[in-house]
Ligand binder design. Structure first.
Ligand SMILES: [Cu+2]
Length: 154
């Protein structure tokens, strides 16, 4: 009887661990190529299937001295501006698109050149979900449909 109960508890723990790691998915991730000491941006789609509202609180990476969440949008004068974001909401069942001209992960002060074919690792910090580490490929702007409008290019 006691053994059954322990087994039951262990299955419960394993199932909840699986559930939380599948709750948030990252799709179509890429980072724009760049030069050492320069800046660039990473993009991806984050899908929240955890059944719980969440928020992306920040990002970090060994590849750059600073990493932060930005939103690009046109100011009243029509010039694109980048506005730092403390967090970005991830509603239940929602898709958060980080893409050129919109939300992005700004990487400032690259520690090395980023060349197409390379990969980098970024950590995503969520309010409720455990942190997620994603390995994403470096691509150049032309390959992804021309220069972005984020003002990241030198
Ligand atoms: Cu930016």
């Amino acid at each position: 009887m006691r053994k059954d109960r322990v087994l039951f508890l262990m299955i419960g723990i394993l199932m909840s661990a699986c559930g939380s790691s599948r709750g948030i998915e990252v799709e179509e991730a890429w980072v724009r190529s760049g030069l050492q000491d320069g800046n660039t941006a990473a993009y991806m789609t984050i899908v929240n299937e955890s059944g719980q509202a969440d928020a992306l609180l920040g990002v970090s990476s060994d590849i750059a001295r600073f990493a932060e969440l930005h939103l690009s949008q046109a100011g009243s004068d029509g010039v694109m501006q980048m506005i730092p974001q403390e967090s970005i909401d991830l509603p239940t069942g929602g898709r958060l698109e980080l893409k050129p001209g919109s939300y992005h992960k700004m990487l400032t002060g690259l520690n090395q050149d980023l060349v197409p074919g390379d990969t980098i690792t970024i950590m995503l910090d969520f309010e409720n979900h455990e942190d997620i580490s994603v390995t994403i490929p470096v691509k150049d702007s032309a390959e992804m449909g021309g220069a972005g409008m984020d003002g990241h290019m030198p």
